[in-house]
Write a protein that binds this ligand. Sequence first.
Ligand code: SF4
Length: 534
Amino acid sequence: MSAKRLGTTLSYKELAMRVHLVNPSHLSFGMAVITPRWLYVLAGATPRSFGDPWITDETLAPFDFSQIEPGDIVGIGIHTGNALRGYEVGRMARKHGAHVVFGGIHATLFPDEALELGGAHAVVKGDGDLIWAIVLADCVNGAPKRIYEGGKVQGADLLPARWDLLPRESYMWASVQTIRGCPKHCSFCSVWRTDGQQPRPRTSDAVIREIVELRRMGFRFIALADDNFYPVTLEDLATAERRKDRQRLDELHAMRDERFELMAQLAKLPKDMVFYTQITMEAAEDDAFLAAMQKANIKGALVGVESVTAEGLKSIYKNFNVSGAALVSRLQAFRNYGIYVLGSFIFGLPTDKPETFEATSALAQEAGVTFAQFVMLTPFPGTLDFVSWEKSMAQDDTRIDGIPLTRHWLIPQAVRPKVYIAHPEMSADEIRQRTQAVWDTFYSFRLVWARSRCVKSLRARLAFVLISKLYRQMYANTGIATDSARHTRSARRARWLAKAARRLFVATPIPELQMPAGLHEHADPKRLAVRVVT
Ligand code: SF4
């Protein structure tokens, strides 16, 4: 099948079929912090002959099923957290006569579930960038396959997003991906198993083109939504050196050079731009890398600290992190280069004790972590933790609403437990309450105001307070609380805060902004055509 055929022989039918893309969510806030990138990438992968896809991000507003015409195609992307709502959307869309196609990490892991429970006609496993046009063509021909293998698309072929379709007044930050995959193998994480351990960087030209487009629209805060922005550590280089593995060393250097090249390009963009990314803590030892990040205006990084104890880190295969005083100094190293850390911590590890909560809270403050998230250990599908937990649950016949615990994402939100892995010392409720208390302390007004000194103007401090409170309302109260009144209150507060906060993040659009010297406005069109040839 070729791009030419897609564009000519199918266009009549294509015109009659509308493509809908839905990001499911059981909570709508009317405003979101970060753009759900996949929606706009898949819009970019939709051949123009279908017209512009109709995009619904349910974190803004619920999907309006009345807009579906029989024969339309509804694409739904799910991760484990929103799978249940995704299945509801899928079944309803099918009832309205649509072709229903699922994709995303969860559908990749459980394609049969989407087919059985989500009303799916088809499921795309892996990356949708290249296969989506083929799926659409099969729907047009009335013969979608049950399963499509999208595979792991090489970085140079990952598609840019259709930002021209974005309702820009609904988001505070835009998101651009620069690399996919992560070479680590943390036991609680599925990224290395679904996106692969071989990092796949996009070309810096493709990344910069998207960022310029976003700045033209008025976005100056951009999340570099990568699995791991730092794919080559100094330790990786030293190991290859010790083994005298010339080929590996060359590969590593090429990837590292590519990161520096990207950061050099970012540094040429308007100075009011602020980037934020996700990175492993090892970067703290790499002064050259941190200095390049600083020049590139990368001012924030999510760092997976996970545990403040050595035993905790060992239990999740994250020995490459450090603990105690060394951890404090590593986290502070980011600050020395003007990079503010969002520390991510996990509670409920078998090695945790009641005093671990207090110790974590104290360490986060001592290390000068600017934002923090405290999540409870959850066995997410696709992770090593899930595999061993599922095995350990073989004899457990606990059911909630008829659903076994090992399929916890199918349990209705209102009755879904918050802790799954039995702890040797603490009850599930104790872990939940202690976790909530750490959120409460970290985001108390006194501490947030003190942390807001990291920015200078009053306006910036106000933005800092608002975004801190918003973050806590969206992620702590709605995720950990068990009573529905608290959920509703939190969602209401989050909506209000989001509206107020957005005004502080947007910038005046610069439609006349030029691409950096030497960069063409558009990618080579011949190359784009080749992408949909199978
Ligand atoms: S947690 Fe982070 S470092 Fe670990 S595998 Fe996942 S993406 Fe990589």
